[in-house]
Structures are given as structure tokens and as C-alpha cells.
Design a protein around this ligand. Structure first.
Ligand SMILES: Cc1cc2nc3c(=O)[nH]c(=O)nc-3n(C[C@H](O)[C@H](O)[C@H](O)COP(=O)(O)OP(=O)(O)OC[C@H]3O[C@@H](n4cnc5c(N)ncnc54)[C@H](O)[C@@H]3O)c2cc1C
Length: 298
């Protein structure tokens, strides 16, 4: 039976960052992750799942020595942010006015995860168990038992549930959630833009939901279209040419001409755990709360 001080279930962005921080403090840590993230190759198309991250998140990633690794793969800085409902009344943020080189970066989630994972090997006190999910947990305040899908059994003083929105750790601990459906879906569309690499991200609030643009590297961008599930279903059923036309009609003119590269959609649900810790376990990240991504830009 393997014994750890802390077992982090889930090696996504949150679990990986936390595990590294704990390993840096000298704790004996296990990270259990069901899926091994795909390695980076610069010829890969940009992933659909990207995050807008601010200076504070960059500071955190720097403190974990992961930022350099992430930057060396691909990140897209943005120096301006605009948000508006009526076109005549825009709120504008500009890095120059704040004496900053940029306001933040758009980064693919997988690359943040890979940058963090690359640091794991520096710590003898951190063990990564990948390709094996948690099957069941017997939680107890001082020493919990974790059984993996392979049948492997671990013991840990503390269990951290960083296993995402449908957290198994959260259910094993009997932590309830308060949830509601936003009755909106979010369609992510990666596009090639006629305009060269942009340094601006913008959000336009319409009566049926926000539409936003996040710059990606080169002549690419990520469009985010929030709308009713019915409308998103309609958009997803379109051919690329029809979708392009629909985007040109319904997005602000400044987007310019675009070509659709790929798209996907996510239902939006708010979930908030009723407790963040119980019975020798703590839950973090999406296991503890999922919010509308529009409010999650950090
Ligand atoms: C469309 C969209 C846009 C967003 N944009 C932003 C943004 O701009 N900025 C921002 O800060 N946030 C944004 N978010 C939110 C952000 O993506 C999430 O909050 C974040 O990914 C949560 O990370 P996590 O590590 O908690 O969970 P996850 O990324 O879900 O990771 C959980 C991990 O646990 C693993 N796992 C699950 N079950 C098990 C098991 N039984 N055993 C072992 N491993 C398991 C999974 O494989 C996974 O790797 C956005 C979200 C969406 C949907």
C-alpha cells in the first residue's frame, strides 16, 4: 500500500498547479490523472479550449516555474480589452494606460497543463499516476483509502478533489451542490481572420447573449457565441460556409472576413459546492465551483 501526505485527484490546470505548490513545500504528493495530456507540437491546430489569463495567473505560473515552458510553446498576448452593449458606449482598457506591456494572454488550457506537468519531474516527493482514474474512495479525517481503476490502492492523509465539474471526490465526501442551468450554451469557433494578429479581446453583449473575440497566434482568433441551446444546435448543423455567413452577419464589423477552422459547444451550468472540505478531503477548481466562463476570465 502506497502512503502519501496529500493525494490530488485530477491533474488538470488546477490540480497540477496545486500539486506543484505542495511539492515545493516539501509535502509528499500523488497526482492521479485519468488521461495523459497530448504532447505539444507546433504544427498542431490551436485547441478550442483556451483561457484568458491575467498577470496574477502568470505570476502564479511563474512562481511554479511553469510559465517559461508555456510561453515557449505558444501564447497570444493581448494589450486591449473592449466591452460594450450599445456600440456608442464602449468600456476600453488599454495596457499602455496602465503602464503594462500587456493585459494578459490567451493560452490553450492543454498547454497550461503541459507546462505544469513538465515541472513534476523536478520533485522526488511528487508521484504522477497517469492513465488511471479513481474508482472509489473511503474517506476518513486522518487517512483515506483510494482505489484506482487498475485495482491499485493508495493511502493519503488528505485527499484533494481537483477532478472537475462532476467530481467523484465531492460525491464520495457527500458534499452537495447548489446548481442551476443558465439555459445558454457557449459555442467556441476557431477562425482564420483576414486581419493580422490582433492585440485586442472584445465582448459584445446582445439580448440573446454575449459574443466575443479572443486573439490567437497568427491570423487566428477564437469566437465565443453564447445563445439558447436551440440556436446553438442550429449553428452547429450549418456547413462551414453557412456558419461563416452567419458569423459575418451577427458579429461586429470589426471582425472582418473569416474562415471557420473548427468549432464545439458547451452547456453552461452554475454549480457551487455547499462545503469546500469535509472528512479529510478538500475540493478545488471546477469540483468546487463552475461559473459562467464570461465571469471566469482570470
Ligand atoms: C467555454 C469555457 C471558457 C472558459 N474560459 C475561461 C477563461 O478564459 N479563464 C478562466 O480562468 N477560466 C475559464 N474557463 C473555466 C476553466 O476552463 C475551468 O475553471 C478550469 O478548466 C477548471 O480546471 P480544473 O482543473 O478544476 O478542472 P478540469 O480541467 O475539468 O480538470 C479535471 C481533471 O480531473 C481528471 N479526472 C476527472 N475524474 C477523474 C478520476 N475519477 N480520476 C482521475 N482523474 C480524474 C480529468 O481527466 C481532468 O484532467 C472556461 C470554461 C469554459 C467551459
Amino acid at each position: 500500500m502506497e502512503q502519501f501526505e496529500i493525494a490530488v485527484v485530477g491533474g488538470g490546470m488546477v490540480g497540477a498547479a496545486l500539486a506543484l505548490g505542495l511539492a515545493k513545500q516539501g509535502r509528499s504528493v500523488a497526482v492521479i490523472e485519468k488521461f495523459t495530456p497530448k504532447t505539444f507540437d507546433s504544427s498542431q491546430p490551436m485547441d478550442l479550449r483556451v483561457s484568458a489569463i491575467s498577470h496574477r495567473s502568470v505570476d502564479l505560473l511563474e512562481s511554479l516555474d511553469a510559465w517559461q515552458e508555456i510561453q515557449a510553446m505558444r501564447v497570444c498576448p493581448y494589450a486591449r480589452l473592449e466591452t460594450w452593449e450599445a456600440d456608442t458606449c464602449r468600456i476600453r482598457f488599454n495596457a499602455k494606460e496602465l503602464a503594462l506591456p500587456q493585459l494578459g494572454y490567451i493560452v490553450e488550457n492543454r498547454l497550461i497543463q503541459l507546462g505544469l506537468w513538465a515541472q513534476f519531474e523536478r520533485f522526488d516527493n511528487l508521484k504522477v499516476i497517469e492513465g488511471d482514474g479513481v474508482e472509489s474512495l473511503e474517506l476518513s479525517p486522518n487517512n483515506s483509502t483510494i482505489t484506482l481503476e487498475s485495482g491499485r490502492v493508495l493511502n493519503s492523509g488528505l485527499v484533494v478533489g481537483a477532478d472537475g465539474a462532476n467530481s467523484r471526490v465531492r460525491s464520495a465526501a457527500g458534499i452537495g451542490i447548489t446548481a442551476w442551468d443558465y439555459r445558454q450554451e457557449c459555442m467556441l469557433i476557431n477562425v482564420e481572420t483576414e486581419l493580422p494578429q490582433q492585440d485586442i479581446t472584445w465582448q459584445w453583449f446582445t439580448t440573446s447573449g454575449p459574443r466575443s473575440f479572443l486573439p490567437l497566434c497568427g491570423n487566428q482568433g477564437s469566437l465565443v457565441w453564447y445563445d439558447s441551446p436551440k440556436r446553438i444546435r442550429q449553428l452547429k448543423a450549418m456547413t462551414p460556409a453557412q456558419l461563416e455567413q452567419e458569423i459575418i452577419t451577427h458579429f461586429p464589423k470589426e471582425l472582418g472576413s473569416i474562415k471557420v477552422l473548427q468549432h464545439g459547444s458547451f452547456p453552461l451550468t452554475r454549480r457551487h459546492a455547499q462545503h469546500y472540505h469535509k472528512q479529510g478531503c478538500v475540493i478545488v477548481g471546477d469540483a468546487a465551483h463552475t461559473i459562467n466562463p464570461l465571469a471566469g476570465r482570470e
